[in-house]
Design a protein around this ligand. Structure first.
Ligand code: PLP
Length: 442
């Protein structure tokens, strides 16, 4: 019996290796990694350049506490990230993952208003169909009801508005533009309800990952959100932990929305899973206020700016740039969208195929016309995961009730190095797994 506290009671295969887009278990079985774990492994597994960078860093300096020293990989990584950051962002704070990045963002935003003499600002507004991490602060702003429920008394009060979910919420007589304006305007209504002088920030994923299966906003939605934030002096905090670092075909997903945030979180694709690392990027405006005030951000973790983690992420980011992998994401993204369309475009139970770049989602419905979801008790997402694993395919199905809505979807986020042949294999195996899952329903 394992002494590891696992996330589920199911017994899992033992992963022992990986190369390229495949993971290998202890029996030698190979799994095509069509989800990069949870949208993490952007360069696949066993990449020699990243392995060499980590080995070299460990041999010279594995770790030095950043309260005493800076270190070269951290400085170089920060320079690289800021050179390519959205307009106005000019400082990076390194942490060990996405939830820590969210915590840092929430605290920095609050401290900013304290420093500029607006301590009455204490509210965060977020969207119901969202995930920002599992620590208490990140969980509080997330909209994932089943994750929050039992911890609710411990969570800071957060206010939620509707997500931008055109597939489900756009009315038939409404243009995409009108729908985007309607849902964005919920932010203004919420700010006015709370009192603009009390609101710190609005937090959102530009492309919603885990809770909605690569859900993109309609054109113009985020521009209007930016305008509303500016009108009331509210900070725009964009969570690019999952959708960022090239996943959607541009380095930052927000580039395609034409907006720049005041604070941004990145993680998964930053280090590609070779080391645990995340980061918060902050605007000059926010940092200048703190530097002119108390002088320092009141935060910190032991592994902040970990030299080996930064060396791994630096090598991942250099590889993405030097091997022009954003071009590959765009090209293979088109291949993937086409393969999914061919395999699932007329499928009776696939209601929506969506996403951007190598970040794609399928929404499963019992009835395409009414968009009625499957009964959550059937655990369709878990059945698909099991059928996919049996066929040597890793994908990321999710289900349950989120924002009062039931539903199952499958998220795909393969490595940026995936080949057209591997995309064919992905579509074939996923098609077989989905059909087998439906065939097994009572
Ligand atoms: N934010 C988003 C958008 C995420 O998808 C996740 C993880 O899935 C997180 C934050 C939390 O990241 P981590 O699991 O590294 O703490």
């Amino acid at each position: 019996m394992s002494h590891v506290l696992q996330r589920s009671s199911a017994s899992l295969p033992v992963a022992v290796g990986g190369d390229g887009c495949y993971l290998v278990d202890a029996t030698g079985k190979r799994y095509l990694d069509a989800s990069g774990g949870a949208a993490v492994s952007c360069l696949g597994h066993g990449h020699p350049r990243i392995v060499a960078a980590i080995q070299a860093q460990v041999a010279s300096l594995a770790y030095a506490h950043t309260g005493f020293f800076t270190n070269e990989p951290m400085e170089r990584l920060a320079d690289l990230l800021i050179a390519d950051a959205p307009a106005g962002l000019d400082k990076v704070y390194f942490v060990s993952g996405g939830s820590e990045a969210s915590e840092a963002a929430l605290k920095l935003a609050r401290q900013y208003f304290v420093e500029i003499g607006e301590p009455q600002r204490r509210h965060f507004i977020a969207r119901r169909q969202s995930y920002h991490g599992n620590t208490l602060g990140a969980l509080a702003v997330g909209g994932n009801e089943w994750r929050r429920r039992q911890f609710a008394p411990l969570l800071i009060e957060t206010h939620h508005i509707a997500p931008c979910y055109a597939y489900r919420d756009r009315r038939d007589d409404e243009s995409e533009e009108a729908y985007g304006r309607r849902v964005a305007d919920e932010l203004e209504a919420k700010i006015l309800e709370l009192g603009p002088e009390t609101v710190i920030g609005f937090i959102a994923e530009p492309v919603v990952g885990a809770t909605a299966g690569a859900l993109t906003a309609v054109p113009g939605y985020f521009k209007r959100i930016r305008e509303i934030c500016d009108r009331y002096g509210v900070l725009l905090i964009l969570d690019e932990v999952m959708c960022g670092m090239g996943r959607t075909g541009t380095l930052h997903a927000s580039e395609q929305e034409g907006v720049a945030p005041d604070i941004m979180m990145i993680a998964k694709g930053l280090g590609g899973g070779y080391q645990p690392i995340g980061a918060m990027l902050a605007s000059a405006k926010v940092i200048a206020a703190i530097e002119a005030g108390s002088g320092a951000f009141q935060h910190g973790h032991t592994y902040l700016g970990h030299a080996t983690a930064c060396a791994a992420a630096l090598a991942v980011q250099q590889t993405i740039r030097e091997e022009r992998l954003l071009d590959a994401v765009r090209a293979r993204g088109q291949d993937l969208a086409q393969a999914l369309d061919e395999r699932f475009g007329n499928h009776a139970h696939i209601g929506d195929i969506r996403g951007r770049g190598l970040f794609m989602g399928l929404e499963l419905v019992e009835d395409r016309a009414t968009k009625r979801p499957f009964d959550p008790a059937l655990k369709l997402h878990a059945r698909i995961k099991a059928e996919a694993m049996a066929r040597g395919l890793m994908c990321y199905p999710m289900g349950g009730t989120i924002d009062g809505r039931q539903g199952d979807h499958v998220l795909l986020a393969p490595p940026y190095i995936i080949t057209p042949e591997e995309i064919g294999e992905l579509a074939d195996k996923l098609g077989a797994a989905v059909d087998a899952a439906f065939a097994g329903l009572p």
